[in-house]
Design a protein around this ligand. Structure first.
Ligand code: GTP
Ligand code: MG
Length: 208
C-alpha cells in the first residue's frame, strides 16, 4: 500500500448507490478501513473516503463517494435556510404537488449531479435478502445513466451474502439482469469481507 508521501498517478472517483440499508456504508468501511459495524446509522448527506492502491504498477487513489439511499436524507446535505415550513416539505408523507415540484427541480437535481460528476465507476448495491432493493435497481441505473459519464464502469453488487438462509434474490436472476444491462456482477458480504476487495479492484482495473 502506498504511504502518505508517495506520489499518486491517478485519482478515480467511484460512487455507491442503492436503497437505504443495503450496506453501502459498510462496504465502504470494509474497503477503506477494513472495519464493519452492525449498528451502522443511515447516512445523512454525502460522505467520501479514499484508499490508495497499486494497479498495474501505478499508484491509484480511489475516492469512494457514499450517500443516503433515501432521497430525503440526501437533501440534508445542502446548506440553505430551513424555515420550519421548508423543512416539512422534505418529509415525503407531507409532500404536495407544488412542494414536490420545488423539491425535484431545485434541490434534488443539484445534489444528484454533484454526486455523479466526474465519477468513473459505480457500485450499484442491493441486499440479497430484500427483494425490493433488487426491484429498484433499474431506477438507480436510470438515474446513474442520466447523470454520469456514458463510459462509467458499473458493478452490480448483491450484498449480505452471509445471510444465505434469508435470500430473496437468486444469483441467477441477478446475473441475468447484469448481462442484459452490460454490468459486472458480484455477491459480497461486508460483514465477512467476502468479495468487497474484488468488487472495487474489478471496477478500478477496468477504469484503468
Ligand atoms: P443508507 O445510508 O441509509 O443508504 O444505508 P446503507 O446502504 O449505507 O446501509 P449500511 O451500510 O448502513 O448498513 C445497513 C445495515 O446492514 C447495518 O445494520 C449493517 O450492519 C448491515 N450490513 C451491512 N452489510 C452487511 C453484510 O454484508 N451482512 C450483514 N449480515 N449485514 C450487513
Ligand atoms: Mg449509508
Amino acid at each position: 500500500m502506498a504511504g502518505a508521501g508517495d506520489k499518486v498517478d491517478y485519482v478515480f472517483k467511484v460512487v455507491l448507490i442503492g436503497d437505504s440499508a443495503v450496506g453501502k456504508s459498510q462496504i465502504l468501511a470494509r474497503f477503506a478501513r477494513n472495519e464493519f459495524s452492525l449498528d451502522s446509522k443511515a447516512t445523512i448527506g454525502v460522505e467520501f473516503q479514499t484508499r490508495t492502491l497499486v494497479i498495474e504498477h501505478k499508484s491509484v487513489k480511489a475516492q469512494i463517494w457514499d450517500t443516503a439511499g433515501q432521497e430525503r436524507q440526501r437533501h440534508h446535505a445542502i446548506p440553505y435556510h430551513l424555515s420550519s415550513e421548508t423543512y416539512r416539505v422534505l418529509l415525503p408523507n407531507k409532500l404536495t404537488t407544488s412542494h414536490a415540484c420545488y423539491f425535484n427541480n431545485c434541490r434534488y437535481r443539484a445534489v444528484t449531479s454533484a454526486y455523479y460528476r466526474g465519477a468513473l465507476g459505480a457500485l450499484l448495491v442491493y441486499d440479497i435478502t430484500k427483494r425490493q432493493s433488487f426491484d429498484h435497481i433499474p431506477r438507480w441505473l436510470e438515474e446513474l445513466r442520466g447523470h454520469a459519464d456514458k463510459n462509467i464502469v458499473i458493478m452490480l453488487v448483491g450484498n449480505k451474502s452471509d445471510l444465505e438462509e434469508e435470500r430473496a434474490v437468486s444469483t441467477e436472476d441477478a446475473k441475468e439482469f447484469a448481462e442484459k444491462e452490460n454490468l459486472f456482477f458480484l455477491e459480497t458480504s461486508a460483514m465477512q469481507a467476502t468479495n468487497v476487495e474484488n468488487a472495487f479492484q474489478t471496477v478500478l482495473t477496468e477504469i484503468f
